[in-house]
Design a protein around this ligand. Structure first.
Ligand SMILES: Cc1cc2nc3c(=O)[nH]c(=O)nc-3n(C[C@H](O)[C@H](O)[C@H](O)COP(=O)(O)OP(=O)(O)OC[C@H]3O[C@@H](n4cnc5c(N)ncnc54)[C@H](O)[C@@H]3O)c2cc1C
Ligand code: SF4
Length: 328
């Protein structure tokens, strides 16, 4: 690990000043991803700006919204009574991630910005455009079992590893940020990027900005939500495929719904076409199969991850069955 300076800030303004005067500085939240990356030599910030004392730890109701501060720990948010009442899908997704110990440290802001788990990104001897732009992508012809089937480019086929992000994109969450130019809100769907020719950039957050919180608009999905995560082990493993499904039912009719997938793209992947198809339709396995077919349009695999082309639609169907209560 390289030498680095450490400072603990007491106000968001000081954090923004630290980021503004030093482009090589990084914010330190729970440290469960950043410190690992520093130990592996993947990231080498010369200054850590500790934001653990900032007052971004509130969970509160607004007018038709739920606000969660960026320093709220994943375990706290997942167990919070208001989150469970208004946004149970978020709680389910967070509890599917990592382990209890990690969730006790992991913050909402850090989870949003956790980096990919592509093995070549972590191996500093391998070519990797995300870690070292212009060197190539070892995963294209290499071991790409965990990798993308949507939205990839010839520069990078990595996936966003977060479970929480899949629920947030399904729920139309908004990320609140603060920077030298003031405050702004970024729709969750626009927060993460596709790799294109710049896979080194994971998000649209400016380097000088800090995430202050996440806002989720109210919805009528609470009774019919499922986060399905398919992985190699029952816990402590990243998703091969995950599906966030949230339905508003009127008898057997799907009045409204949200669907998103994880483990398939460089960003949490919203299934808008499948949503549009199912809206107003009867909840049935036949309709779920048609929706899954629509969701898979344009999917492309890279060898070791060919199995995702079957696993993904099956997971969509299963998540919809569980969320709707449709059995056969
Ligand atoms: C063994 C292991 C298994 C895991 N399994 C899963 C899993 O199954 N599913 C899953 O979703 N996750 C999993 N994780 C990842 C874990 O959820 C993340 O490491 C965690 O959420 C990161 O949060 P943190 O607060 O520790 O972030 P940090 O490591 O402190 O920071 C991560 C990044 O976010 C930036 N950052 C943090 N807060 C802010 C802010 N407020 N504003 C701007 N930038 C900020 C930091 O500068 C850094 O670049 C796993 C991690 C480990 C180590
Ligand atoms: S998939 Fe992306 S992260 Fe993985 S080796 Fe290729 S460029 Fe690097």
């Amino acid at each position: 690990m390289n030498n680095f300076q450490y400072t603990r800030v007491k106000s968001p303004a000081t954090a923004i000043t630290e980021l503004s005067k030093n482009p090589a500085a990084k914010l330190l939240a729970g440290g469960t991803n950043l410190i690992d990356l520093m130990k592996y030599g993947v990231m080498s910030p010369d200054k850590l700006v500790d934001i653990n004392r900032l007052e971004f730890s509130d969970i509160k109701r607004g007018q038709g919204t739920l606000h969660i501060g960026s320093m709220v720990r994943n375990s706290v948010a997942a167990a919070d009574a208001t989150v469970l009442e208004y946004q149970p899908l978020l709680s389910q997704a967070m509890l599917a991630g990592a382990s209890a110990q990690l969730r006790n440290k992991a913050s909402m802001g850090g989870n949003l910005l956790q980096r990919t788990r592509c093995p070549y990104f972590y191996d500093i001897t391998a070519d990797c455009n995300k870690r070292a732009p212009g060197t190539g992508c070892s995963a294209l012809e290499g071991f790409n079992r965990m990798h993308a089937i949507f939205g990839a480019s010839s520069s990078c086929i990595a996936v966003n590893p977060s479970d929480m992000n899949v629920a947030l994109v399904a729920l139309d969450a908004v990320v609140q940020v603060s920077g030298p130019k003031g405050n702004r809100s970024i729709m969750m769907a626009d927060f993460h990027r596709l790799p294109g020719t710049h896979p080194e950039l994971d998000s649209t957050l400016d380097k000088k900005e800090i995430i202050t919180g996440i806002v989720i608009p109210d919805n009528a999905f609470a009774k019919h939500t499922t986060y399905l995560k398919v992985r190699d082990r029952a816990s402590y493993a990243f998703a091969l495929i995950s599906v966030a499904a949230a339905l508003e039912m009127d008898g057997s009719t799907i009045k409204d719904l949200r669907l998103a997938m994880g483990g398939v793209a460089h960003k949490p992947w919203r299934l808008t076409e499948a949503e549009n198809f199912l809206k107003g339709k009867t909840a049935s396995v036949a309709n779920f199969k048609l929706a899954a077919e629509l969701a898979m349009k344009g999917a492309k695999s890279y060898g070791h991850n060919d199995f995702k082309l079957k696993l993904a639609p099956n997971s969509i169907i299963q998540a919809l069955k569980t969320a709707s209560g449709v059995k056969a």
